[in-house]
Design a protein around this ligand. Structure first.
Ligand code: ZN
Length: 491
């Protein structure tokens, strides 16, 4: 997915999100997609030098979880937020926290003879779990349900609501998505993707806030401990009935002490990573409160997959470290650029046990809807292939690239038009500003890999440095790579 081939149609709707009304903005796109599928459009084929009838289809949509609700028509808030489990979910509302939790929702996915199913003390208090695996609906089955739903703009608001309520089963449908107008939509195995980038960041953030005991963001507070007392059997973590604040809250094994947090921050500050591997992590460390802040998705990605198991090795108890390491391993495996079906089946089993182990460690308040979603990621990778083609990194990076070009923030739309006209010139190397690059330079300089760590200063190269630079240029010119077969080796 190169920048030159990423097209962006922007809607700047104003201060409010269009929410379910997004379908109105999507109508022109759907009309064109229908034309592309049913009739096709006449297109010039450069290789054959003649016209052909091009047909195209929409493969799937890629969005974060709130936008998933806007696109699919299945609202991603509330107890029925999971678009796969639907009404079969075991999510419930916490008495004190007043929020929905997906705690103890994963045992139904385990084999019937799994020991976790019989366990009445580690999960919900005095509750064994013998329910069957929630069914996964096919496209046709989903269509059967949504075909009775009203479409946006089709009827009056009151009639719209009465049609939604009249279905007779608990559901989270808030409309019939406009995508169902596409003739092939019900035949697709995956219509909307769960975004691994956002899920990984959210899971990492929550794990990190709870382990680093970030008072403002942690999910382990007084309300959480009161809920723990109500729903679980963990005497050591329970608070007294008359506790009014968190001062006398028993320390949990998954929370790091101040000394350990200090050790972690110092370790991270002194860490040397390859150039461009992450942003400067030492800038994200608060050395007074010993916590991290302002981490971008990619920093969380690296910390989650590479650094977390090493960082917490000697700081957390073995069972907590073990579960977090397996979670880290899961995200590393799911992001693999080469996917085998048998590996994904194995990952489906692994993530079940990992989530169950996390349920045995963390309080119920930790498990919001996003913590449940990893359970469905191996299925999507099994059907749709490597996650690199279905996650939001390329689009977020493209948006970052566009945002940098906005000159006048009061008139964003004008700046965007300027960028689009630039991006529209296909075939040019768009990673660089054309004005800043001389036309005669070898192509090795026409890319933006690497950067100078400082402003740089004028100086002369020694003969050795000159030779190294010379060989680097020769070794990285595509033009000269043809000569390698004649025995020239420039690197
Ligand atoms: Zn689910």
């Amino acid at each position: 997915m190169k920048k030159a081939f990423t097209f962006l149609s922007l809607i700047i709707p104003g201060p409010k999100s269009p929410k379910g009304n997004l379908d109105i903005f999507l109508q022109p796109l759907i009309d064109e997609l229908k034309l592309l599928w049913e009739e096709g459009v006449s297109t010039y084929d450069v290789s054959k030098k003649k016209n052909f009838q091009m047909r195209a289809m929409l493969h799937w949509t890629i969005s974060d979880f709130p936008a998933y609700g806007m696109l699919s028509g299945w609202s991603t808030v509330g107890k029925l937020a999971c678009p796969y489990c639907m009404e079969h979910t075991k999510a419930f509302t916490l008495t004190n926290g007043k929020k929905q939790t997906w705690f103890d929702c994963h045992r139904p996915f385990l084999p019937e003879d799994h020991p976790f199913r019989r366990n009445k003390s580690a999960f919900r208090k005095n509750k064994a779990e013998y329910s069957p695996v929630p069914p996964r609906l096919s496209g046709e089955e989903v269509w059967e349900r949504v075909s009775k739903l009203p479409r946006i703009g089709e009827c009056e608001h009151s009639q719209f609501l009465s049609l939604l309520k009249g279905l007779g089963v608990p559901h989270n449908w808030n409309k019939q998505s406009i995508f169902w107008q596409l003739p092939y939509w019900s035949k697709l195995l995956i219509r909307h993707n769960l975004d691994v980038m956002h899920i990984e960041k959210n899971v990492f953030d929550n794990v990190f806030h709870i382990v680093m005991n970030d008072k403002k963001k942690t999910k382990d507070n007084l309300k959480a401990r009161n809920d723990l007392k109500k729903f679980c059997k963990r005497r050591k973590l329970e608070v007294d009935d008359d506790a009014i604040d968190e001062t006398n809250m028993p320390t949990a094994p998954y929370v790091l002490s101040k000394e350990k947090r200090k050790a972690f921050c110092e370790w991270l500050e002194g860490l040397k990573l390859p150039d461009g591997y992450t942003s400067n992590l030492s800038r994200c460390i608060d050395t007074k409160k010993y916590k991290l802040f302002g981490m971008k998705s990619h920093d969380c990605h690296v910390l989650m997959q590479r650094l977390l198991p090493i960082a917490f090795k000697d700081l957390l108890p073995v069972n907590v470290w073990n579960a977090l390491t397996k979670l880290s391993q899961f995200f590393r495996d799911i992001c693999s650029s080469f996917v085998k079906i048998e590996d994904m089946i194995q990952l489906e089993k692994n993530i079940l046990e990992i989530l169950c182990k996390l349920e045995k460690i963390f309080p119920p308040s930790f498990f919001n809807s996003i913590k449940h979603l990893p359970i469905h990621l191996p299925y999507e990778a099994k059907v749709g292939g490597p996650v690199q083609y279905k996650w939001m990194y390329p689009f977020e990076r493209f948006l970052y690239h566009l945002k940098k070009k906005v000159g006048n923030k009061a008139r964003v739309e004008a700046s965007t038009y300027h960028v689009n006209t630039k991006v529209g010139s296909l075939g040019l190397n768009l990673n660089v500003d054309e004005e800043s690059i001389g036309k005669d330079l070898p192509e090795v300089f026409n890319c933006n890999t690497g950067y100078s760590p400082s402003e740089g200063q004028f100086g002369y190269l020694t003969e050795k440095d000159y030779n190294v630079a010379h060989r680097y240029v020769l070794g990285n010119c595509e033009l000269l790579s043809n000569f390698e077969r004649y025995g020239f080796n420039f690197s």
